[in-house]
Design a protein around this ligand. Sequence first.
Ligand SMILES: *Cc1c(COP(=O)(O)O)cnc(C)c1O
Length: 407
Amino acid sequence: MDATSLEQRYSARNYHPLEVELTRGQGVHLWDVSGRRYIDMMSAYSAVSFGHGHPELLRVLTEQAARLAVTSRAFHSDRLGPFLERLCTVTRMDRALPMNTGAEAVETAVKAARKWAYKVKRVPQDRAEIIVCAGNFAGRTTTIVGFSTETQYRDGFGPFTPGFRHVPFGDVAALERAMTPTTAAFIVEPIQGEAGIVVPPEGYLAACAAVCRKHDVLLICDEVQTGLGRTGRVLASDHEGVRPDGLTLGKALGGGLLPVSAFLARSDVMDVFEPGDHGSTFGGNALAAAVGHASLDLLMREDLSANAAAMGRRLIDGLRAIDCSAIKDVRGKGLLIGVEFHASHISARGVCERLLAAGILSKDTHDTVVRFAPPLTITADEVDEALASIAPVFRQLEAEVDALVEA
Ligand SMILES: *Cc1c(COP(=O)(O)O)cnc(C)c1O
């Protein structure tokens, strides 16, 4: 059996991949087993921000793997401290707690917020509440799907962790109304990624920060997807000059090579953790720290945030210029872009299948939205190359929709 048949035979059915079997990657390009080349406009859900096979990251990975990889946090390593210093400097946070996946970083944020509420804010025991937004995505652990509003993510997985309350995304008045004396934190994505690249009204995050400060509630930005240059600034919260009380990072932090995540916070928040309170066997290992450190160096040295802003503008302008009445909206910031289609006309999955046939790898989210989030290293020529492949697909859709309407 070929690899895809083996996967279909032996894998759990928790994914429905597009029909392509990839074998090699370089920069923004991927190749399938037949040697066909694609442009990666998905970057593994924004994890591959530096492109595939970045030589500097590969060098750090292999050299560090050969020297020292995993020792656990039972001991110090010569890699962790320098990595955390760089991480805190880049994000202007006081302290960091390294984990592996984004979901673990968010779980860490939940634990920190609750403990802060009991130890510092003096909320009565087991009464702390965390406010989250409708449409949030923060991973797949039971606690996290418990505060999701997505039916499929929850269905069959209860009972769930109590202590979460929902408000609509983008509505600061609703946030303030939901706050009580037992509210510990508000966890929010500056732009909702998995919900379909939902950009809130301008000034929303800054207004949330003010309301949180007023009510002594922690503002925790989940920047696992929006962070590290993706939206055209180092952090998406930088767009509104917001410095959150807590921050989660992941995805691109591992340079597209390893799972590396972190929860970062002000000292007075992070200091609620004492030895033994929380941990992870692999969290902060020397290999992850070295690759994370190199990823941050690359991000800053090559000013990839600025490239994301410029290339994002080029891509979004190019997408908007394509005349296609099946498109309802083109939106996003930096290189986190969503194209929403009219639901009645075509499924986003169908669009992705056609894009695949045209040499473009992308991913549908929520039935109607196609995401375009290429590596931040993408060049103007590569954006133009992608647009040249995308435009005929959208124009063909246009022709089919017209035929449908006339029939
Ligand atoms: C992807 C994502 C997560 C979860 O990350 P995993 O590494 O898949 O666990 C958390 N928050 C946001 C905003 C994400 O986009």
